[in-house]
Design a protein around this ligand. Structure first.
Ligand code: HEC
Ligand code: HEC
Length: 301
């Protein structure tokens, strides 16, 4: 008796599968996955490869590399190759975690069945903050900028340039403020934070590398405010001051001891052939308890 009862289980599972196969997935089923895992980058005018994954029409329109979805042919669809890692970099670029097997199967089933639109779904809202941020800026406000414009290179592995440039990874809050080799974010001191100096172009090469397009002015402002407000985490807690951490800043010497208009204390520091005012310079030093920089070395670049 019990044997037959156990046999029912696979039968029921098969029936359930047959049932879901009858109701073939449509874009309405796929959209929530794209919204949750892809739209943070694949949105707006600066979407990677011009591929916007925000609506049925934009998904079907594809990107600069051609169509992302070939109706009826999941194996030939760039989108499927990317989520399965058959083509690098694997998507989502923020992974792992990658999409689950069930999510991949759903997307493949949708394409296999002709990539139909199904019930109307509202286009995904832009991931980047539309309204000005009031109150202190937190990591939650700036994360979409870093993920959509920086992580394609500054990622642990699988990045556009191979290993993360300068060993700097921008995939998480902890990595963004990390001070392991040197620090690029000094809470409360945007002028001495290489992250900001790289996106506003004071430090060359300007980021995102290969731009324009550079970040929008509002995005640069938001990053500047985030640092000025203490480089807060998602919960709004300011970052600890990385006292003693090494700093390397690149820019233009605007006066002796002044890089791009910001003054640095150099007493006791070593100066190799002090660069001329107006020339490109590289400053190395370390972070003081008040967030200022003590210069150890200043040289021409
Ligand atoms: C962190 C940002 C990010 C996320 C999240 C992301 N992508 Fe991408 N995607 C990129 C970048 C950057 C590229 C361009 C990479 C390259 O040079 O090939 C890209 C390229 C692609 C391409 C190739 C486009 C073409 O025409 O060559 C597809 C398809 C794609 N992504 C699909 C997805 C899907 C599906 C998801 C979600 C499951 C996703 N991406 C999530 C950043 C992202
Ligand atoms: C296309 C790849 C690419 C993208 C996208 C990119 N970077 Fe970079 N990044 C680089 C390279 C390459 C370097 C090293 C440049 C050099 O000094 O030659 C670098 C260096 C940096 C540095 C200097 C690190 C240090 O130790 O001083 C910072 C900070 C930085 N990037 C921030 C960003 C930010 C923020 C973004 C996004 C707004 C971004 N990058 C986007 C490739 C990239």
């Amino acid at each position: 008796m019990s044997r037959t009862r156990f046999k029912l289980v696979p039968l029921l599972a098969a029936l359930a599968l047959a049932g879901s196969a009858q109701a073939a997935p449509t874009f309405a089923d796929v959209a929530p996955i794209l919204n949750a895992r892809c739209v943070i980058c694949h949105t707006g005018a600066s979407a990677p490869s011009g591929l916007q994954l925000t609506s049925y029409d934009t998904v079907m329109a594809g990107g600069k590399g051609g169509p992302a979805v070939v109706a009826g042919a999941p194996a030939a669809s760039e989108l499927v190759k990317r989520i399965k890692g058959e083509r690098q970099p694997r998507m989502p670029m923020t992974g792992p975690p990658w999409l689950t097997e069930a999510e991949v199967a759903l997307i493949e089933g949708w394409i296999q069945d002709g990539a139909k639109p199904g019930a109307a779904v509202a286009a995904a809202a832009p991931a980047r903050p539309a309204a000005p941020v009031t109150g202190p800026v937190t990591y939650a406000h700036i994360e979409p900028i870093l993920l959509s414009r920086c992580v394609m290179c500054h990622v642990d592995s699988g990045g556009k340039m191979g290993p993360p440039p300068e060993g700097y990874v921008l995939r998480s809050y902890e990595q963004t403020i990390a001070a392991t080799d040197r620090v690029r974010v000094i809470p409360g001191n945007p002028a001495a934070s290489e992250l900001l100096r790289k996106v506003n172009g004071l430090s060359r090469p300007r980021m995102p590398f290969g731009g324009p397009p550079w970040l929008a002015d509002e995005e640069i402002q938001l990053l500047s405010r985030w640092i000025a407000d203490g480089a807060r985490n998602r919960d709004g807690q300011p970052a600890p001051m990385p006292v003693g951490a090494r700093v390397r800043l690149r820019g233009t010497l605007t006066a002796p001891g002044e890089l791009d208009g910001a003054a640095f204390s150099a007493d006791g520091g070593r100066r190799d052939k002090s660069p001329q005012v107006g020339s490109a310079a590289e400053l190395r030093g370390w972070v003081q308890p008040d967030g200022s920089i003590r210069v150890e070395r200043l040289r021409s670049r």
